[in-house]
Write a protein that binds this ligand. Structure first.
Ligand code: FDA
Length: 307
């Protein structure tokens, strides 16, 4: 029951100010977000790729309010890509972007987000890697898929994310599987109404399996974004049945969550990509991680009281 309350708080400016300013917050945030700048995360990138893991990098931030902030978000990604180029990691390190950070919700936001994300996708391609468009709340998805289609005309490797909790997703998956897209499937992390989304965990999990089957049997590249042990073993079985080789799909997990599992799957010969977020505007990302597991909130609350 706590999850929806935390997700509502993730959109509250008052809570954002309170929690961001609390001195103890940082030690808890560090578990999920290993730094605020590119300099902070370069050692993390070197360490994880050195262990055979792949990375997808997220400069945190969303729901910006001015075109200047959207431009700054684009520049932050360009700076990151410059550093990744020096490391010569190619497709081992890709980018994940939230279009709301590129101005999608501002007036004329669809065009603005496309104009801001295109140079990022171009720069990524120039160093041999790519970009995946994250899925945000359901009201943003038509625009996200249209931007994805547009970018794929020049950069077919551009990926996107779909969420199993939404009723619409099976249909989206069929289209994306048929057109050969790179698609990350996740359960979904936003507070969505019952008119558009399953509310029960078992329904969301069942939909996840149905959709994964569509992706595995299709022409695209499935990316399994989950920490759920049951779904991970089902994914392995579905990949086997679809006769996919280890480089024809990948697992993805978030930095700081089930890290032993990252290494275990990589050691078994799977591609494992670690979604690693960094930056100063970490509030929304952090609150979604708290909402996913109530034990995280208890840990956070205890450190607030004991410090
Ligand atoms: P589930 O929540 O059932 O968790 C399974 C197990 O994993 C838990 O029992 C626990 O052990 C562990 N676990 C999961 N979350 C944890 C947490 N926060 N802290 C500690 N342990 C945790 N969502 C979205 O809407 N749009 C997006 O673009 C993305 N992108 C994305 C990328 C990647 C690589 C991943 C892995 C996830 C996302 N998500 C996302 C988030 C996703 O929608 C979902 O909220 C989380 O992955 C949690 O769901 P699981 O599938 O892990 O299952």
């Amino acid at each position: 029951m706590l999850g929806p309350v935390i997700l509502a708080a993730s959109r509250s400016d008052r809570m954002r100010r309170m929690i961001s300013a609390a001195p103890v917050t940082k030690s808890v945030v560090d578990r999920f977000i290993p730094g605020e700048s590119v300099d902070d995360v370069v050692p993390v990138i070197k360490e994880l790729t050195g262990k055979g893991l792949f990375m997808t990098m997220d400069v945190v931030g969303e729901d910006i309010t001015t075109p200047e902030q959207a431009g700054a978000a684009r520049d932050a990604y360009l700076e990151l890509i410059g550093r990744l180029g020096e490391l010569e990691l190619g497709a081992r390190a890709e980018m994940s972007v939230k279009l709301s950070m590129f101005g999608q919700a501002l007036p004329g936001g669809h065009e603005l987000a496309l104009a801001n994300v295109r140079p990022v996708v171009e720069a990524a391609a120039a160093i041999g890697t790519t970009v995946t468009l994250d899925a945000e709340d359901h009201t943003t998805l038509d625009s996200m898929f249209a931007i994805h289609d547009e970018l794929r005309k020049d950069f077919p490797q551009t990926g996107c994310v779909i969420q199993s909790y939404l009723f619409r997703t099976e249909k989206d998956a069929r289209r994306l599987a048929a057109n050969g897209s790179r698609v990350r499937l996740v359960k979904g992390a936003y507070k969505e109404p019952a008119e558009v989304a399953y509310q029960q965990k078992h329904e969301i999990d069942r939909a996840y399996v149905r959709i994964l089957k569509i992706l595995m049997e299709g022409a695209g590249y499935p990316m399994i974004g989950s920490h759920d042990p049951r779904l991970i073993s089902i994914a392995q079985e579905l990949a086997h049945r679809a006769r996919r080789k280890p480089d024809e799909y990948e697992f993805q997990m978030l930095y700081g969550i089930r890290s032993d599992e990252h290494l275990r799957l990589a050691a078994e010969g799977h591609r494992m990509r670690v979604y690693t977020a960094y930056g100063t505007d970490w509030y929304g990302y952090f609150m979604r991680r708290l909402a996913e597991k109530p034990a995280n909130l208890r840990f956070f609350a205890r450190s607030m009281i004991t410090k």
